[in-house]
Every structure is written in C-alpha cells, then in structure tokens.
Design a binder for this molecule. Structure first.
Ligand code: PHE
Length: 481
C-alpha cells in the first residue's frame, strides 16, 4: 500500500470531512430553510433524517472509499470487479462527478457574493445603511455579471491552488490551519450576537415545536438538506475516505461529523437570528437572509462592520473547505485514469466548473428572463443546474446505500466497521431499507418543477428504477459468496 496517499495525521480525515460538511449549507441555507419552514418543527424532521438517512449513508460512503483506496469512479470499478457485480454500479462514481462539477459551479458563484460582502464590510461601505440601500446593494450585485465573474474566478482559483498543492502540502496543511480558525470565529460571532442581539427570541424561534407549521415541502427540504449538508452523494466523502487510515472507527467518525455539522448549523442559526431579531427584522427572508437581513443587522449594531467582516471570512473559509472537497474526487479520477499531473488535473476541473459557473452568473442578469434554457426548459440556467442536482445527488446516494447494504457482505462491513453486533445490525437495516426509502423521497423535490408531467414522470421513474434495481441487484445475487 502506498502511504503517500494516506493522510499523515489520523485526525485529518475527520477535519477534512467536517470541512466538507460545514459550508454554505450550514451558514446560508440551513438558517433560511428553518426560517421559511416554521422553526423547531423543521429541526425535528431534520434531526431524524440526519440519523436515519444521513449517518448510514455517510458510513457507507467512507466504507466504499476506504475499501477501494481509489477515486470514486475508479474505486467503484475496482469494487464491482472484486464483488463480481454489475459494472453499472460505476454510475455511483459518474453521478458523483457530475453532481460535484455542477454544484461546484454555482457554489463558487454564491461564495463570490460573500467575497463581495466581505469587501463591503471591510471598507465600512454599508455602515448605517437602511433596508432600501441593502436591497439595492444585493440587486446591484446580482445585476453585474462582470463583477460576479471576477469574484467567482477569485474564489475558484484560490480553492484550485490549495487542491493543486497535493493532499499533504495543500489539503492537509490548509485544513489544519483553517478549521480551528473557523471554530474560533464562529464563537466570536456567537458571543457578539448574544451580547448585542436578541438570543432568547432566536432560541425561541429555533426550538419552538409546531408540527403543524411543517408542509410536505418542508419535510422534503429537511431531507434534502440533511443530505446536502453532510456532503453525501457526490463522492466527496468517498474520495477523502480513500486516504483514511484503516484503523479509525467508521461509526465514531461518522457520528462526530454529523454532530459537529449539526452543531455548527445550530450555532450559526442562533447567531444569525439573534442579530436579525435584535435588529427587528423578519426571519423568513429566504436566500436573502445572509445577504440582505444580516448585513442590515450588522449595519445597525455597534462595531457591526468589523464583526460583519469576520463573519464573512467564516462564510468564505467554510465554503472553501467544502469546495475543495468537490474538486478532489474529480481531479483524483483524472490523475488515476490519464497521464496527467495533479496540477493539470485540478486546472481542468477548475476550468470546467468555472465555465459552467458562468451559466449561474448570467442567470441573475443577462439571461434572467430569456435564454436558451428558458426556451428549452422554461426556467433559468441556474435553476436547470439546480434541478439536475436534485436528481443526480439523491440517485448517487441511493446507489451508495444499496451497494453498501446489499453488495457488500456482512463480514466485509463488519471488518470495516469494527463495531459491535447490535449497531452493525441496525446500520445494515438502515442502509438497506430506511435510507433508500428516505432518499427516494428526496426525488419528490423535483416534482414541483415538472408539474404537468408529474404522473408520467413518476411512472417512468418507477419503471426505470425497478429495471435498474433488478439489473443491479439480480446480477449481484448470482455472484459467488
Ligand atoms: N456540505 C456542504 C455544505 O453544507 C456542501 C457540499 C456538498 C460540499 C457536497 C461538498 C460536497 O455547504
């Protein structure tokens, strides 16, 4: 075994996986989803799906990565050979790579907005600005394709540099510096929010259970969010798992990742809502929560520009540690498969994601109401990209769960998990039945987009799913054990 490709420190996998998990999903999306979906009720559903769907798949992904010690695509090819299974399972790797590129493309554009607000905070440009001014600021940013492209390029270029330096010099060193700093910053922001904001209103809002507030869309959003926030279905965790030492416990690691990720989301939520309520603003702003309401709150608070700047550094750091985990699996595949240097592979991935990102950039301005995407699909390019990931992500996760649950034997999982019998049993049950069902529900999120075609689409999906499942699993049953 080539130890060049194993993390130098035992704890690095955890650091890297937490870095991947904690990102815009925690700081930007989680708070506004809770805000839109009735606070505490959303939280319960979210917690259940993290436990019943997220953690089992998280374990499965790390297991597949560590077992194959290869990038997701090559790793699945290797595992299907070892298990005499259908090569179709390689789809796990391909779907992951597609989702990773698509998500990276818009993730970088949105991170670019944070870069813009960091600049605004540093120069104090938004000091004492009112709601109208902040709405204008946000609208003006979205209306400026060149500015957005510059930010997008800076963000993606920076992340590319880090990955290009290699897993030890770039990723490992970068993460060991970045992650502890982010924790300190989060605590500073939380402390600030507690002293100048309205923490009890925030806690009341986040933890008030009102199950009736939760719609079906809320349930689906919670499921989807638990999936996205743990970085599942994209090969990110699998790629990092390939570098993980064989002795570390999968179960403890997976629970720690989920715990830290959820805590960060909650702490960030508390801080953000304390500031927003403290400034007398509404919690249900949607995606504008971080870019309009929060800067507005900072503008009204003492030393707001300084803490605002610190907050946006946190957002950028968290987003960068997630973005690099999207570059890594695809770049690692290119290096394994083609005679390419790591630098060249990373450059290629970054160039692809950058180009795709331009679609998101123009979706907010030049192509906001008329574009080839509108002609073909009746919606903007950004929405089309998002919609594709609504399908590829859960599909990847579904296949991971099925492969780990049904194709790997009990003994193999036992060997990887080093856990006690009852937990192994529970995990196998969750990953074979509960997680696939849960993930299947995530597909329903795509439904509002296909309104008129709903029935035929569901019918077709069921047929395709059944055929695919029987092919994948049927072959498997024939395999000698
Ligand atoms: N988990 C990240 C977040 O919450 C998003 C992400 C998904 C990053 C998949 C990498 C891979 O922001």
């Amino acid at each position: 075994m080539n130890t060049d490709n194993i993390w130098t420190h035992k704890g690095t996998f955890l650091l890297a996986a937490v870095g991947s998990a904690v990102g815009l999903g925690n700081l930007w999306r989680f708070p506004y989803l809770v805000g839109e979906n009735g606070g505490g009720a959303f939280l319960i559903v979210y917690a259940i799906s993290v436990f019943a769907v997220g953690i089992p798949i998280l374990i499965a992904e790390i297991m597949l990565g560590r077992n194959s010690r290869r990038s997701p695509i090559m790793g699945m090819r290797f595992l299907t050979r070892c298990h005499n299974a259908s090569r179709a399972w390689e789809a796990i790797g391909w779907l992951g790579a597609i989702s990773a590129l698509l998500i990276l493309s818009f993730y970088s554009v949105i991170s670019g907005w944070a870069l813009h607000y960091l600049g605004q905070m540093l120069t104090g440009a938004l000091k004492a600005a009112g709601p109208v001014r902040l709405e204008q600021e946000y609208a003006a940013l979205l209306a400026a394709p060149i500015t957005m492209t510059v930010y997008h390029s800076l963000f993606l270029g920076g992340c590319g540099l880090l990955v290009g330096l290699g897993i030890h010099r770039g990723l490992e060193n970068g993460l060991r510096l970045l992650m502890p700093s982010l924790l300190v910053i989060l605590l500073v922001v939380l402390f600030y929010a507690a002293s100048v904001g309205d923490m009890s209103a925030a806690a009341d809002f986040l933890f008030r259970f009102q199950l009736s507030d939760l719609s079906l869309a809320g349930w689906l959003a919670a499921l989807g969010q638990s999936f996205f926030t743990l970085s599942l279905g994209m090969g990110a965790i699998m790629a990092y798992g390939a570098y993980m030492s064989g002795e570390t416990s999968l179960t403890t690691t997976a629970f720690t990742i989920a715990l830290v990720d959820t805590s960060v989301a909650l702490l960030a939520g508390l801080a953000i809502f304390a500031l927003v309520f403290g400034a007398g603003l509404a919690p249900d702003e949607g995606p504008g929560l971080m870019f309009v309401s929060l800067p507005l709150a900072f503008a009204a608070m003492p030393a707001g520009s300084l803490v605002g700047a610190i907050f946006f550094v946190l957002v950028l750091g968290a987003a960068a540690s997630s973005a690099i985990s999207l570059i890594e699996p695809v770049a690692a595949y290119l290096v394994e498969r083609f005679p390419l240097s790591r630098a060249a592979a990373v450059a290629l991935v970054v160039a692809l994601a950058w180009t795709l990102g331009l679609i998101t950039v123009v979706s907010f301005n030049l192509w906001s109401s008329q574009s080839p995407f509108h002609d073909l699909f009746g919606r903007s390019g950004f929405e089309v990209i998002e919609l594709i990931t609504y399908v590829t992500l859960p599909l990847g996760g579904l296949l991971v769960a099925l492969f780990a649950g049904w194709a790997l034997t009990r003994t193999e999982s036992m060997k990887e998990m080093h856990s006690r019998e009852p937990w192994l049993k529970l995990w196998r049950f969750l990953v074979r039945f509960v997680a696939p069902t849960g993930v299947a529900f995530v597909f329903l999120r795509a439904l509002p987009y296909i309104e008129g075609y709903t029935l035929p689409a569901v019918g077709a999906a069921v047929i395709v799913g059944a055929v695919a499942a029987s092919r994948l699993l049927g072959r498997q049953r024939d395999a000698p054990r």
